[in-house]
Write a protein that binds this ligand. Structure first.
Ligand SMILES: NC(=O)c1ccc[n+]([C@@H]2O[C@H](COP(=O)([O-])OP(=O)(O)OC[C@H]3O[C@@H](n4cnc5c(N)ncnc54)[C@H](O)[C@@H]3O)[C@@H](O)[C@H]2O)c1
Length: 321
């Protein structure tokens, strides 16, 4: 299939682009490079455009004529969404609507959408399945929920096929493809802990008085290469007029202290950290149930956290630390 990968210069989009090519699909990338990187792009078909720019979208769709879209492009930093909600609605909702319109104009009726565990907000129970109530607690999560609802409304109206993939905490890297997560400032725990340890600069544990086994937040870390595999499976199972949402996680809860211990073990040295207060809006525990993705996509998360940590270390070392 010809697949347009929006956000293909970013962390998850770039790794998935490689996986799509390995699976025999032709890809093009559409990205504004606001957080993406030139070095992460593969292939010659790269459209430098903002999702909100109809002319840029039309040029890309006209030139590449995609049969499907993988839609990763988004603003995705929770505190920034609280500080600047208008930007988040503009890119994640308005931009995504423009993308859908560009798809409609060329008869492209398949989309795999990067949603998020943020749609659930503070869960009532754990693990979280797809039927859990959705009460997002920040603008970022609300924009993801809104666009999922748009897809579900458009589906019966004009035969759209979609999969909304709700990732939990994406982690790891694909050093074999020279791909991984680089953002400034870094906002995700695993690269923060690894970089702090490699540079011997302490990082802060945000909150040590949660109702969890050691007082720190429990999260579900899923390897980016496992996520890429789920995307290929979801794409290949899209059927006209059908849509579904899937949780993608490891189904294992890991506390911040356990992440620290695992990084220390892999790097063979102590992790420098200090304990700090809670951050506003952090639920104590977020762990996925992926029974639906197992049953319907035939997908299983395979890579344990230690393997993800090793992949990040290898990737960072290959870039000079
Ligand atoms: N990383 C995670 O743990 C996680 C968890 C849940 C959901 N997600 C979702 O997965 C997707 C990818 O996340 P990521 O971690 O790879 O982030 P990322 O920032 O590395 O990638 C996002 C890409 O989108 C591009 N982009 C942003 N705004 C754009 C615009 N207006 N027009 C065109 N391109 C634009 C960026 O340049 C970047 O290449 C996002 O939709 C995010 O919300 C990520």
């Amino acid at each position: 299939m010809r697949v347009l990968v929006t956000g293909g210069a970013g962390f998850i989009g770039s790794v998935t682009g490689r996986a799509l090519r390995l699976a025999g699909h032709e890809i093009a990338i559409l990205d504004d490079f606001s957080t993406g990187h030139d070095w992460a792009c593969i292939g010659k078909q790269i459209f430098r455009a903002d999702l909100r720019d109809r002319a840029g979208l039309d040029a890309a769709f006209g030139a590449f004529r995609p049969e499907a879209v993988m839609h990763f492009a988004a603003k995705a930093v929770v505190p920034e969404s609280v500080a600047n909600p208008g930007l988040y609605y503009d890119v994640n909702v308005v931009g995504s609507l423009r993308l859908l319109e560009a798809m409609r104009l060329v008869g492209c009726r398949k989309i795999v959408f990067s949603s998020s565990a943020a749609v659930y907000g503070t869960p009532e129970k754990s693990p979280i399945d797809e039927q859990a109530p959705q009460h997002p607690i920040n603008p970022y999560g609300r924009t993801k929920k809104h666009f999922e609802e748009v897809l579900e409304d458009v589906r019966p109206a004009d035969g759209l096929a979609y999969a909304s993939l709700r990732y939990f905490n994406a982690c790891g890297a694909a050093p074999e493809w020279h791909l991984g997560e680089i953002r400034e400032p870094e906002t995700h725990l695993l690269p923060i802990v690894i970089r702090a340890t490699m540079k011997n600069q302490p990082f802060t544990v945000c909150g040590t008085d949660y109702e969890t086994r050691d007082g720190t937040c429990v999260r579900d870390y899923v390897d980016v290469r496992d996520l890429a595999d789920a995307h290929v499976r979801a794409l290949e199972r899209l059927r006209p007029g059908q849509g579904a949402a899937y949780n993608l996680g490891s189904e294992l809860g890991t506390t911040v202290r356990e992440v620290v211990a695992a990084v220390g073990k892999v790097l063979g040295k102590p992790v420098p950290f200090r304990d700090g207060p809670r951050r506003a809006g952090d639920p104590a525990t977020l762990v996925a149930s992926c029974a639906k993705a197992r049953a319907e996509l035939g997908w299983t998360p395979r890579r344990p956290l230690e393997e993800s940590i090793r992949s990040v270390v290898e990737f960072l070392q290959s870039r000079g630390g």
